[in-house]
Design a protein around this ligand. Structure first.
Ligand SMILES: [Zn+2]
Length: 317
């Protein structure tokens, strides 16, 4: 086999798609493979597919510098066992790290996908040059992650922070977490669709369709986005007042609609957060198209970010 350039394998194991990519040390993507995740087949079938993709790549390219994996749930740092995976039914309790290590003889790092996205933006996107930032990912749910002075804040149980489960209305709709009126119930993609139903009475409309309608000047759709921006600002203003970080990055699929909600979001933040009004807080849209995948590569290619004391890092040799 001809020698190839040093590279890392990045894996984004999503609820619907498995993506495996090779990145060189300069973060250029050399190739990407995408496959539907067999959620119904359970963890073992999906991990088998993941291992096949990695083995096929290493057979052609030689051993990688390591394999970084963004996973949509919480992994126990010490055992590598899945703790919680809300979007991957049947995965809780699965021994992810030992299953992977038995098959793939490489340096493997596992990371929660929301945190991986933040790590991607921190090194290669909107956070480049910053020491501290928070990221909010608006998609099927609301993910969040926080990096403070180049260390990842995970709280004592490893799952923090959870901006999506901060209440913006104590009498609001019931949330799957047990709370009411959580930010996630309004500003996730399904939350925005529910706002639209309450506003316009339309039977079924997706966040993406609402974005198209708003960009075409549809008045009802613009009202929905204004309300979404107001609610997001209410949650984010609390975070900005509480944390006073220099940078907040908004990512995820819903952030594609940034042009339709940015100005209202800023007006509301100006109104609601005295810290934002000082003008030293940046709130920006994510820069990376696939922040989770870039973050998975960064787990291998960039200097590791330490955790705050508490839960251990999700690293195996
Ligand atoms: Zn909640």
């Amino acid at each position: 086999m001809a020698p190839t350039q040093p590279y890392a394998i990045a894996v984004d194991l999503g609820g619907t798609n498995l993506r495996v990519a090779a990145f060189n040390a300069g973060f250029e993507r050399l190739e990407t493979r995408a496959q539907a995740t067999q959620v119904s087949g359970g963890a073992a079938a999906a991990v088998e597919k993941l291992c096949q993709c990695v083995e096929e790549m290493t057979a052609r390219r030689g051993p990688p510098l390591g394999v970084g994996i963004a996973f949509p749930g919480q992994v126990d740092g010490e055992s590598g066992r899945i703790r919680i995976a809300a979007n991957l039914p049947g995965w809780a309790g699965f021994e992810l790290r030992s299953t992977l290590s038995a098959r793939l003889p490489y340096h493997i790092r596992l990371e929660h996908d929301g945190t991986a996205a933040a790590i991607g933006e921190f090194w290669r996107g909107a956070g480049a040059g910053s020491d501290s930032m928070a990221m909010i990912t608006l998609g099927t749910g609301v993910g969040s992650a926080m990096i403070v002075n180049r260390r990842v804040w995970r709280g004592q149980d490893g799952g923090a922070p959870e901006l999506g489960h901060v209440a913006v209305d104590y009498k609001g709709p019931a949330c799957g977490c047990g709370g009411r009126g959580c930010l996630e119930t309004y500003v996730s993609a399904p939350g925005i669709a529910a706002l639209a139903r309450r506003h316009c009475g339309e039977a079924v409309v997706t966040a993406r369709r609402l974005s198209d309608l708003a960009q075409a000047g549809h008045r009802g759709a613009l009202e929905v986005w204004d309300e979404m921006a107001t609610i997001l600002a209410a949650g984010l203003a609390g975070w900005i007042n509480l944390l006073d970080l220099p940078l907040y990055v908004i990512g995820g699929g819903v952030s594609r609609s940034w042009p339709v909600f940015e100005s209202k979001l800023r007006r509301e933040l100006e109104q609601r957060s005295f810290r934002y009004r000082r003008g030293r807080t940046r709130v920006v849209r994510s820069q990376l198209e696939e922040a989770g995948l870039t973050g998975a590569a960064a787990l291998i290619l960039s200097p590791a970010l330490e955790d705050f004391p508490g839960p251990s890092a999700l690293t195996s040799a």
